[in-house]
Design a protein around this ligand. Structure first.
Ligand code: HEC
Length: 125
């Protein structure tokens, strides 16, 4: 008898004490997401600055070229976007966003860095 009551009480206590843990896990999950998207923007910003892309692009404002966010929105869900944009950034070109051309960035900027930047641009929300 005594053992069973104890067991039941212990089980209740365990369930109750698990709830705040789950709530904490959810909160942590959300802040991890926020940190992840801030990290994408930060890493992109650093690379674009280093490679001189920031002269013509910014995260949310059109300068000479489109903002990274506009680019991300235009190609969202396009499975060929990375490949296509890597080629475009390497060779430059015009006509997608207007008459002003982007100059070629290759070989000044290493291919791997161009690919990484394109992936980061497309990961922006
Ligand atoms: C001298 C200015 C200039 C520089 C420097 C520059 N861009 Fe651009 N970029 C442009 C312009 C202008 C466009 C729009 C071209 C068009 O309309 O087809 C563009 C377009 C783009 C696009 C979208 C292409 C498309 O077809 O939708 C991406 C992605 C991009 N740039 C990334 C970069 C990266 C990464 C760098 C640095 C390695 C860079 N740009 C450097 C001017 C620049």
């Amino acid at each position: 008898m005594i053992t069973r009551t104890d067991g039941a009480r212990r089980a209740t206590t365990r369930t109750q004490s698990r709830l705040p843990i789950r709530a904490a896990a959810i909160v942590l999950g959300f802040s991890a997401l926020a940190v992840a998207s801030a990290a994408v923007a930060d890493q992109l910003e650093d690379m674009m600055k280093k490679e001189g892309c920031n002269a013509c692009h910014s995260e949310s404002k059109k300068i000479v070229g489109p903002s990274y966010k506009e680019v991300a929105a235009k190609y969202r869900g396009n499975p060929k976007a990375v490949e296509m944009l890597v080629e475009k950034v390497k060779k430059g070109g015009s006509g997608v966003w207007g008459p002003i051309p982007m100059p070629p960035n290759s070989p000044r900027v290493p291919d791997a860095d161009i690919k990484k930047m394109v992936e980061l641009i497309l990961a922006l929300k």
